[in-house]
Write a new protein. Structure first.
Length: 152
């Protein structure tokens, strides 16, 4: 799991107001720490990509208290991708500069991206896979650490 400190991941997002937020001002959601989920090992072996959108309820201390799955694709792999995303989301921390209630809501989309394997992926040294990263406070791109290679 990758853990980014606030100095590297202080991002903001304008959201529509919801529970615990002022309706007449922009809501500023900030990342304190955001966990990047592991890539589902079987999906990595199969070269499968997917995405998961989670709706989070965050308490006034920035801790994720409730996680609801909005969507998880593809159908056959979505449940596994969702479990990895939920696990990471529960360890993430946020803050809201303009929230007034005891909790606020936030949506995060995790893109599990398995880039097309280059022709020389099984030849040492392997070409690097672009790293997993936090694209914004509401979007995370998760990539496997290595190309799967079957030796015959």
């Amino acid at each position: 799991m990758k853990h980014l400190p606030v100095a590297l991941a202080l991002l903001t997002l304008t959201m529509l107001p919801s529970a615990g937020q002022e309706g007449d001002s922009e809501t500023r959601i900030q990342i304190k720490t955001m966990e990047i989920p592991r890539y589902l090992p079987l999906a990595q072996q199969a070269g499968i990509s997917g995405n998961v959108t989670l709706h989070l309820t965050v308490n006034k201390n920035g801790e994720v208290t409730v996680v609801d799955v909005v969507s998880a694709d593809p159908k056959d792999w979505g449940k596994g991708f969702a479990s990895m995303a939920i696990e990471a989301a529960k360890r993430s921390q946020f803050s809201c500069a303009s929230c007034t209630g005891d909790a606020f809501e936030h949506t995060v989309t995790y893109l599990f991206d398995f880039p097309p394997r280059p022709n020389n992926a099984c030849t040492p040294p392997q070409p690097p896979i672009p790293p997993s990263k936090i694209d914004s406070v509401s979007h995370v791109t998760v990539r496997p650490k290595a190309w799967p290679c079957v030796q015959i």
